[in-house]
Design a binder for this molecule. Sequence first.
Ligand SMILES: [Zn+2]
Length: 286
Amino acid sequence: MNKITYPNINCDNLFSTCLLSVNNDNQDYKNRLGNIAENISTQWRCFDDRITPKSLHEFLPCLPRRVDQIIDGEVTKKDLKNLYTVYMLKINSEARKVYDKLRASSKGGLCPLCGIYGVETLDHYLPKARYPLFSVHPRNLIPACEHCNGAKSDNILKVASDQTLYPYNDDIKFYSTDWIKASITAQYGILVFDFHAAPPLQWLEVERKRVINHFTIFELRQKYVRNSSQFVSTITADIRRMLLDGDYIAVKNHYAGLVTAVKFNSTLRAMYHALSINDDICSGRF
Ligand SMILES: [Zn+2]
C-alpha cells in the first residue's frame, strides 16, 4: 500500500466540466443534470467533511441494479454513471485531463491499494453503482490497478470499519507500521510464503477491522502469494550460499538487516521478516 498526495484540483468545477463534454444534441441530459448541480456541490462538501473523521459510511447507498432509479430531480442513476463512463473519460476533453491527473497521482505509478501492480484506472471509493452522486467527485476517485478495481465490486459501507484505507489522507500509521505478516513452509524442498493481516493490538478495534477489511476486499493474500513466488529461487540460492561460509545466525542477521531496506507492508519486507525469525529455514533444513 502507498499513501498518495491528492493533486491540485478544483473539485467544485468538475461536475460542470464533465457536462462540457456533452454534445449539444443531448441538451435535455445537460439541462437535467445542470438542475442538480447545487445539490451535487453540497453532497461533495459533505463527502470532504467526512473524510478525516472517517465517517464515509454514513452516506446512504441507493438501491442495487435499478439503473432507472431517480437519484435527484429528474436525474437517474444511469445518468450519473454515464457522467463518468461516457463524459469524464471522453478523450481530449477537459474532464479527461482531470481523470489523467488523478491517475498519475501515485508516485512511481504503483497501485496505492495493493502496492504491487501498476495503476491502470480509477477506483470509486464509494462505488458509483450505489453512490452515484459521487460518480465524478475527484476525492472519490482513487488511482488503482485493474485487479484491485475489479476485486472491490459494488460493496456498500454499513459501519465505520467497512471503510478500506483511503490513500489520499488516511492515518500515516497504516503506512508506517508493519501489519502484513508472512509465514513460511517448505513443500518438497521449495519455500512457500503465505500472508495475513496482523494489525497491532494497541490500535483501536475499528482501525484493526479496517485494515483487515482492506486486506480481504483487495485480495491481498492472493496478490502477495503470487508476488512472492518470483523471489523464492533467489532467496533459496542465497541461503544455501551463505551457509557455506557461516551459520544460521548469519543468515538470520542478513534478513533482519534487509527488512529495513524495503518499504512497510511490502511483500519483500514481510518475507524478510519471516525469514529472520525462522531458525529451521535459515539453517537450510528444507
Ligand atoms: Zn492494486
